[in-house]
Design a protein around this ligand. Structure first.
Ligand SMILES: [Mn+2]
Length: 451
């Protein structure tokens, strides 16, 4: 009896206490579910139209990805017009194929970084073997700058981006750090990475390979304009930059190339918001009297060749820093200090940057949480109150920014609501790691790379 009853209940299963909804109600629920499903449910990309890419990528063990024309469809299953359309479509091939200018530039940068040992040519890593190779890089920079300038000038000054996306801080001409990231995070090339890339400025200066690094970024931007973004840093301005271009390319070509890349810097976006929650920029948040809401950033003029004179808002985004607390340890500021101080050979008393003294506290309190940035000599520092107000006003939860060196590659500031990321490892002879932040599904994942 017991067995028969259990069979019956399995066959005519009705969850206890659940009433079968009426047909009308089922239809209403289905319509509601369908509508919310169609909105995208936070996954991003809702309503996007898909099309078949016109090329395929072949990955081999020890070779760069090979991009080939799509030619593997069943002809009898596809209309003649579709076949013609696919074979004529060249957009992807123009930026991805081996003989396209972005792919050639990326190959040149990899060659530059490699140690080539053949019977004919031996070149140390991070050098050009012949002057003509450097000259072709210069020519490529002129070409890529022109294309990327047009793309970036058309972007909004405040980008709206979806996760997953990697946020990368200052690189400062550190090509090995960028290639170490590539080797671990996008080994098949930035074009095949199923996540976005957001570079938060300071691409040039300080390091030895600013132009080579920039050639990589411009080529990759051209290959994936909607997924790779370059936000301006304070070194992407004419008056801050050093003369790497003229040193490497000579007075005439060097000035041409310097102008071309600065024309790109003048049109770079200034900030981004990821998943409508995380604000990203190079320096820090602007004061409310300059930027009442983040949407005001959209009105910054394009191009912006003299940000100091043309836009307070841009200047603040490029230069600002979070204020440091009294307990802030100076040994996290510069790795060299850590070594010197702990081996007892040096008793250096470097002033603590932006610590909250009584006068600074007064200034912060009188200026809505902002004060003069004494360490930089320009821009502002901001405190917890300023950050909390900025986040609340703009319905945001976090800020991810670059601009300051940290031993681990990142630092959680202001109760973890602001993340500083710095991606140039071994900066200026130190031994810091390179940091990257992965924004994915509501998590800010901090990644440390050592080389
Ligand atoms: Mn900076």
């Amino acid at each position: 009896m017991a067995k028969a009853a259990s069979v019956k209940s399995a066959t005519h299963f009705e969850p206890e206490g659940e009433v079968r909804p009426s047909k009308a109600k089922v239809e209403k629920l289905e319509a509601r579910d369908s509508a919310s499903w169609r909105r995208g449910g936070g996954g991003g990309g809702g309503g996007r139209q898909y099309a078949l890419a016109s090329c395929v990528v072949r990955l081999e063990r020890d070779a760069p990805p090979a991009v080939l024309r799509l030619d593997c469809f069943e002809e009898e299953a596809v209309s003649a017009s579709t076949i013609k359309l696919l074979s004529l479509s060249s957009t992807s091939l123009e930026v991805l194929a081996a003989d396209s200018s972005p792919a050639e530039t990326l190959a040149a940068v990899h060659y530059f970084a490699s140690d080539i040992n053949t019977t004919k040519l031996v070149k140390p890593a991070y050098t050009w073997a012949q002057p003509s190779e450097l000259a072709s890089l210069g020519a490529a920079l002129l070409k890529l700058s022109e294309s990327v300038q047009a793309i970036c000038a058309a972007e909004p000054r405040l980008l709206r981006l979806d996760s997953p996306i990697y946020a990368i801080g200052d690189l400062h001409g550190n090509l090995p750090a960028l290639l170490a990231m590539e080797a671990r995070l996008w080994p098949a090339g930035a074009a095949l990475l199923p996540a976005g890339l957001l570079f938060l400025g300071d691409f040039v200066d300080r390091g030895a390979w600013g132009v080579e690094l920039l050639a990589y970024l411009l080529a990759a931007k051209l290959q994936r304009p909607h997924a790779l973004h370059l936000v301006r840093g304070n070194h992407e301005t004419r008056d801050i930059q050093t003369m790497e271009c003229t040193t490497k390319f000579g007075e005439v070509e060097g000035v041409k190339i310097w102008n071309a890349i600065n024309n790109v810097f003048d049109v770079l976006p200034l900030a981004a918001v990821v998943d409508e929650k995380v604000f990203c920029c190079h320096g820090g948040i602007p004061p409310p009297w300059v930027c009442p809401r983040v949407s005001a950033i959209l009105r910054v003029p394009v191009p912006l060749p003299r940000p100091a004179a043309q836009s307070h808002m841009a200047w603040e985004l490029l230069w600002n820093d979070p204020v440091k607390l009294l307990t802030h340890n100076i040994f996290t500021v510069h790795p060299t200090f850590y070594r010197i101080a702990f081996n007892g050979t040096h008793t250096h008393t470097r002033p603590r940057a932006n610590k909250i003294t009584a006068s600074l506290a007064m200034e912060l309190s009188a200026n809505e949480g902002f004060a003069v940035n004494a360490r930089r000599g320009t821009g502002h520092v901001f405190d917890q109150r300023a950050l909390d107000r900025f986040l609340a006003t703009n319905e945001l939860t976090h800020v991810v920014r670059a601009h300051e060196l940290h031993q681990n590659g990142f630092m959680c500031n202001l109760r973890g609501k602001l993340i500083s990321v710095f991606s140039s490892s071994r900066y200026c002879g130190g031994d810091n790691d390179s940091g990257v932040v992965l924004l994915q599904a509501g998590k800010l994942r901090l990644i440390r790379l050592s080389d």
